[in-house]
Ligand binder design. Structure first.
Ligand code: SAM
Length: 283
């Protein structure tokens, strides 16, 4: 099959701070013939800010089949099209991936124009393990499906990343504690915006904060991966030391790691301190 010369560009837009728009994004959005946008009014505001006058077409989850085909036809006829979402990377918890599939099937070149993304922005400042992570995105709305998803990743050792709306944050924290246990976590709020903040602590503490203060803004929840096997909860010196070492590997300082182990096995910090000293001397 001949490759078509015109292209589909997937263009990242800022997740808050407009200065995070890249030069290349502005250039491409200026140059293409058409921009497929999740919310045309919102994207129009962004385009006005950057003095871009390219025509827009509404493309979202509801009209993706019909409009997706139309967009592909326009690219085949020689037009270059950019796809943007309301914020961040298209196709990440946002429309775009179906359009990419259609384009690939039609032998159209898909070009990424990278930029801001809420999940990775939260992860890099989380202080949790960044070497291995699972992006979960939004959990399902029903409790049953939500529990199923969490059960399936409960023993993953890599860091977990979730998106959540302010409306569901409290309920989500509750079920996260229930299924995953009281792990260390970071809630990144309003990334790149004026009220940006990172709330760090265990899930119970974070949940308490939002029970006392209603959640406002946009949130990413980053949670420590599983750091032992379920059977590891039984008390043995090896399990205690193992748990402690895994917590240190996950970035906790010695004092916090001891506190966590004490909580997990319900024994005093003094006992753990003694064990760690003994194990250090034996190494
Ligand atoms: N495509 C986007 C990306 O690449 O990050 C994600 C879009 S998804 C529909 C929106 C969710 O992303 C929000 O509910 C929130 O969980 C997260 N999010 C987006 N912007 C954010 C921000 N500035 N601060 C914190 N979370 C944000």
């Amino acid at each position: 099959m001949n490759e078509i010369n015109s292209k589909l560009y997937l263009v990242a837009t800022p997740i808050g701070n407009l200065d995070d728009m890249t030069f290349r994004a502005v250039k491409i959005l200026n140059e293409v013939d058409l921009i497929a946008a999740e919310d045309t009014r919102r994207t129009r505001k962004l385009l006005t800010h950057f003095d871009i006058h390219t025509p827009l077409i509404h493309y979202d989850e509801n009209n993706k089949n019909l409009v997706g085909e139309k967009i592909i036809e326009r690219i085949k006829s020689g037009e270059n099209v950019a796809c943007v979402s309301d914020a961040g990377l298209p196709a990440i918890s946002d429309p775009g991936s179906d359009l990419v599939k259609l384009a690939i099937e039609a032998n159209i070149k898909v070009v990424p124009i990278p930029g801001a993304n809420a999940a990775l922005t939260a992860l890099i400042c989380s202080g949790l393990d960044t070497t291995k992570f699972t992006f979960v995105g939004f959990l399902p709305k029903t409790l049953k499906n939500c529990r199923e998803v969490l059960e399936s990743i409960k023993t993953h050792s890599e860091t977990l990343i979730f998106y959540e709306s302010p409306h569901h944050l409290k309920a989500t924290l509750k079920i996260l504690i229930e299924v995953l246990g009281n792990r260390q976590a970071v809630i990144a709020r309003e990334l790149t915006k004026i009220h940006e903040e990172f709330l760090r602590g265990d899930l119970e503490l974070l949940s308490k904060i939002f029970l006392e203060n209603d959640p406002l803004g946009e949130f990413v929840i980053v949670i420590n991966g599983f750091n032992g096997s379920i059977e590891d909860n039984e008390i043995s010196n090896d399990n205690l030391i193992d748990s402690y070492k895994k917590l240190l590997d996950n970035g906790l300082d010695k004092k916090s790691a001891m506190r966590e182990v004490a909580k997990k096995f319900n024994i005093s910090r003094r006992e753990i301190y003694k064990l760690i000293l003994e194990s250090d001397n034996n190494e």
